[in-house]
Structure formats: structure tokens, C-alpha cells
Design a binder for this molecule. Structure first.
Ligand code: RNT
Ligand code: ZN
Length: 415
């Protein structure tokens, strides 16, 4: 008797799609999962500043991670529910200090992250890294664009220190480390001078990126606005695109929450692939603003995934996630968001992409519309279940029971 999967494979074969090949490709794609969903972007510094920089978590679901051990254990739990290759994306604010030790951001050193390297090594995870230019007493206004040289230099030193940490990750783990720089710099109300802060930022970046470091892939992340910074963002899209285009080895990261509400990053992927060999992403879900909701398998994730797959860019697009919802179980949030990213990719891998492109080229738009729509009801779920089974992770909604068990035995005890 044929299994569901075998029958499904035959159905896809009728369209010229090889499900085995799709599964083989999918299992090679690493997804960089952000540590900060686990603790609402708080980190381990205890500096009482709270989350700042125009980003916000809302909600107070019990059981968030409060210590490195808790965050590591929660991340392990999440990973056990997620198939395929994973990387871990850290922020500088997750440095692990010895008891009583206080190290400011400009003095961070690789060994403050050695526990993370041990953790990653044991699990075969690559690490990505972000300097943290928010939630700090010197990050009340501008950071890398601050006219006060003392403050700007502090943040330049932080940026440089973090690149060295990124290089240490790459060396220790034998895989690249994406160093992504995002700053909150901006103004609440209409500026009198938009140029000067940008020139200062440009100079700061030149200092931070001056040294070539093996294994480090540098990126800059622009955005349109943040809460309390509605009028002006120093690191805007045009600013960073220009910076990346004119500085070899620096890439422009696209965050799907950082554009106007009807503007999407799926359309930008092919545009940037014309000029850059690599394209880092922060996949998120904005709702009316950069709200960082958990990624759903929605139209935009499906479209982003298609752009990666059909442009043959699985090795060129560095997929990272960036969402933080504090109103739901955080391990489930990781699980739902990451599995959805992978389902999006699988969907794209199972489309007759060459055939669809041919129809466009030949101007057969009626047939193109028909086939695109027919493809939407192909049995993607059966192939996804087969993938989860082969990857030894729970196949269907049963994975949630494991989250609930963990909530009862571990998270609730934290309250
Ligand atoms: C903020 C950016 C940035 C942060 C993380 C925590 O708007 O998206 O990537 O979300 O660095
Ligand atoms: Zn982001």
C-alpha cells in the first residue's frame, strides 16, 4: 500500500516537482533563531534601564528566562521542536559575567561569551551576533550619531569590541558569524538638521568596520521609525543601502517590520541580489507598525520564501528571525515562528518554479494565474509531516503538548 507521502510525491511529480529533492534542500538551510524571544529582549546586565530604543515588548506571560541557564534550557526545548539546521543569534546584552562583576559595553571581551560558545559547540550551532545600542544609560538619545564625542566614542568602542567577539565566534565554531548593527538613533519631532547626524554615523561606521576580520559578515539594518522617534531615523534605508553599496563586505539587512505598512521586503530581495552576493534578513511580522509579532505562514512569508528559492538564493540569503511577543508562551513562540519560516521555504521548494517563470516569459498570464492558484491547494502538509518525522521532531500539533509539559514543570516554578 502506498503511504500518504508516496501518493503526495506522485501528485507533485505530475507538476515536475521532486519532493525528495525539496526535503534535501530544506534540511540544509540554516535558520538563525534570535535569543531575545526567550526573555523579552532584557538580557543579563541588570542595569534597570528597561527596554529602550523605540522597540517594545507587550504582555506579561509568566515564566520568562531570567538567567543564562534558564535561557539556554528554554532554547534547547524550542530546538527540540524545530526540524532542520539552526543557528543562535545573540545580542551583546546577553554577556555572561561572573557574580558581582560589572563590565560596561565598551569593554566587552570574547571570554564574556565563552559559555555561549561552549553551549553552541555542544549542539553544533553557529552563532550570530549583534552589538546592543539600546537599553543602556548612554543610549537615551543618539548613539553612533551623537554630537557629544564622549558618547559617540563609547558606542564606537562598543561596536568594535563586538566585532572582535563575532570573529571569536567564527573562529571557535568554524562557521561565519553575522555581525548585524542596528541603532535606535532618531528624533521624536521634525529635525533642524538631518545631515549632520548622518555624517557622524557614517564616520562611526567607518571606524567600526575599519579592520577586516576573518569569518565575520558585517551588516547594517535600517528602519523607518521607532516609538518616540517618529520624525527622523538617522539610519534610514537609503542611508544604509548607500553605505553597504559603497563599502565592500558590508551588507544591507532587510527587516520585514521596518517599512511602511503596505511596503514589503519580498519585492526587495531580487533587487538587492542584483548587487550583493549576500543578503541578511530579519523575518518578523509587523502589524500596523514594527510590532514584532510571531511569524505566521502568511502571504508575505510565502512570498519571501519564493523569492529566496526561485532566485536560487538559498546560500546567499542569511535567514534570521526577529520577533518578540511577551503575551504568549515564549517557547511556543519560537516553535511557531521558526516552523512557519520553514514551511514557507518548503512551500516554495514544492512549486513548479521553472514552469511558472516560463509562463511569465511567454506572456501566458491566464495560465500563470490559474497554475499559481491551483498550487495553493497542493498537499504541502503531507510533505511537511514527512520532513518532521525524518528530522525526529513532533510531526503535528502534538508538539504543543511538550510545551505545556515544560510550562508546568519548569516555567511555572519560576513564577
Ligand atoms: C529593531 C531591530 C533590531 C531589534 C533586535 C533586538 O527595530 O529590528 O533588529 O529588533 O536587534
Ligand atoms: Zn530587526
Amino acid at each position: 500500500m502506498n503511504t500518504m507521502y508516496e501518493l503526495t510525491s506522485k501528485r507533485y511529480a505530475e507538476l515536475g516537482v521532486d519532493t525528495e529533492n525539496a526535503l534535501k534542500l530544506l534540511e540544509r538551510v540554516p535558520i538563525s533563531i534570535h535569543c531575545w524571544q526567550g526573555d523579552d529582549v532584557i538580557g543579563f546586565e541588570n542595569n534597570d534601564t528597561g527596554l529602550s530604543g523605540g522597540i517594545q515588548t507587550t504582555g506579561n506571560y509568566p515564566g520568562k528566562a531570567r538567567t543564562p541557564d534558564e535561557l539556554m534550557s528554554d532554547f534547547d526545548k524550542a530546538c527540540s521542536l524545530i526540524p532542520g539546521r539552526k543557528r543562535l543569534n545573540l545580542h551583546a546584552s546577553y554577556a555572561i559575567f561572573e557574580k558581582g562583576q560589572k563590565v560596561d559595553r565598551d569593554e566587552l571581551e570574547p571570554w564574556h561569551f565563552s559559555a555561549w560558545v561552549d553551549y553552541a559547540k555542544k549542539r553544533g550551532l553557529g552563532l550570530d551576533f549583534n552589538p546592543t545600542f539600546f537599553s543602556h544609560p548612554l543610549a537615551v538619545g543618539l548613539t553612533l550619531s551623537n554630537p557629544d564625542p564622549k558618547i559617540r566614542d563609547f558606542w564606537i568602542r562598543h561596536g568594535i569590541a563586538c566585532r572582535k567577539i563575532a570573529a571569536y565566534f567564527a573562529k571557535e565554531l568554524g562557521t561565519h558569524c553575522l555581525y548585524n548593527l542596528w541603532i535606535p538613533d532618531g528624533l521624536k519631532d521634525i529635525p533642524a538638521d538631518r545631515l549632520s547626524p548622518r555624517l557622524l554615523l557614517k564616520d562611526s561606521l567607518d571606524q567600526i568596520f575599519a579592520e577586516k576580520l576573518d569569518g565575520v559578515i558585517d551588516a547594517v539594518e535600517g528602519k523607518v521609525f521607532g516609538i518616540g522617534l517618529e520624525a527622523y531615523t538617522v539610519g534610514s534605508h537609503e542611508f544604509y543601502l548607500g553605505y553597504a553599496a559603497s563599502h565592500k563586505g558590508v551588507y544591507n539587512l532587510l527587516d520585514s517590520g521596518h517599512y511602511h505598512p503596505t511596503e514589503v521586503i519580498s519585492d526587495k530581495i531580487s533587487a538587492l541580489l542584483c548587487y550583493f552576493d549576500l543578503l541578511p534578513l530579519h523575518v518578523s511580522r509587523p502589524m500596523r507598525w514594527d510590532s514584532d509579532h510571531v511569524v505566521r505562514l502568511d502571504d508575505e512569508i510565502i512570498e519571501i520564501s519564493k523569492e529566496i528559492v526561485r532566485n536560487d538564493a538559498l546560500d546567499r540569503v542569511l535567514i534570521g528571525l526577529d520577533f518578540f511577543d511577551a503575551s504568549i508562551n515564549r517557547i511556543a513562540a519560537w516553535g511557531i515562528g521558526t516552523r512557519n519560516m520553514q514551511k514557507g521555504l518548503l512551500n516554495a521548494l514544492l512549486l513548479p518554479n521553472a514552469k511558472l517563470a516560463e509562463l511569465q516569459k511567454e506572456g501566458k498570464f491566464t495560465e500563470l494565474l490559474m497554475l499559481q492558484e491551483e498550487c495553493k491547494t497542493l498537499p504541502l502538509g503531507t510533505v511537511w509531516e514527512e520532513y518532521c518525522k525524518r528530522q525526529n521532531v513532533p510531526v503535528n500539533e502534538d508538539w504543543f503538548n511538550r510545551v505545556i509539559d515544560y510550562e508546568k514543570t519548569v516555567l511555572q516554578v519560576r513564577a
